[in-house]
Write a protein that binds this ligand. Structure first.
Ligand SMILES: N[C@@H](CCC(=O)N[C@@H](CS)C(=O)NCC(=O)O)C(=O)O
Length: 211
């Protein structure tokens, strides 16, 4: 399999964690999201993913998967161990709720294209854009903090989809200097996850394309 990735992309970071947790071998193709006006917008990559975003996962048979949650679910289905979702339906819903706060409510409001639109088209100043970013991460994290269960991971003693989504969002929040003092449970979950080799190997700073 080949993962199209960019070291700082939190959606690609999710996919890297998932592949590592499953122990599936993969190579990486690097798509620099800011160099050359954004390599994701070049025809070579839009042919891979018409949405012009990472991650994308090319399977050995030639099919290409996009959208990190779809990729992660696919991996969980073809390689059930270790499972990303609990066996119990109620617990599964709780895991998905945290994952979706990150992936559906926080991330779309502050990923690169959204921030660039605020700046370039709507002409907002950088401090306003930073305030926007901080606001939506903080609002989402307030909810996640209240939903975290006794750990060490977000939903108990096993790593789940919730952790796979949360850790990259914490990385992003730190990079953009969002204060995390009000979120001790999130910080503890992040620290517990990053002790695991699958998470550590996926860290942006441990990627060959890191700058
Ligand atoms: N919902 C998508 C989000 C993918 C996404 O927005 N990726 C960002 C990087 S984190 C991207 O490629 N942005 C391209 C751009 O900003 O032009 C997923 O989960 O895969």
């Amino acid at each position: 399999m080949k993962l199209y990735t960019y070291f700082r992309s939190s959606a690609a970071y999710r996919a890297r964690i998932a592949l590592n947790l499953k122990g599936l071998p993969y190579e990486m193709a690097y798509v620099h999201l800011t160099k050359d006006g954004g390599q994701q917008r070049k025809p070579e990559f839009s042919a891979v993913n018409p949405q012009m975003r990472v991650p994308a996962l090319a399977l050995s048979g030639g099919e290409i998967l996009t959208q990190s949650l779809a990729i992660i679910e696919y991996l969980d289905e073809i390689q059930p161990e270790p499972p990303f979702l609990p066996a119990d339906a109620l617990k599964r819903a709780k895991v998905r709720a945290i994952a979706q706060i990150v992936a559906c409510d926080i991330h779309p409001l502050n990923n690169l294209v959204a921030l660039q639109y605020l700046k370039r088209q709507l002409k907002h100043e950088q401090p306003e854009i930073d305030a926007w970013y901080h606001h939506w991460v903080t609002e989402g994290f307030k909810a996640v903090e209240a939903m975290i269960e006794p750990g060490p991971y977000a939903c108990g003693s096993h790593v789940t989809l919730a952790d796979i989504c949360l850790v990259p969002q914490v990385y992003n929040a730190r990079r953009l200097k969002v204060p995390l003092d009000a979120f001790p449970k999130i910080v503890a979950v992040d620290a517990a996850c990053l002790k695991l080799p699958a998470f550590d190997k996926a860290r942006p700073e441990n990627q060959p394309d890191a700058e």
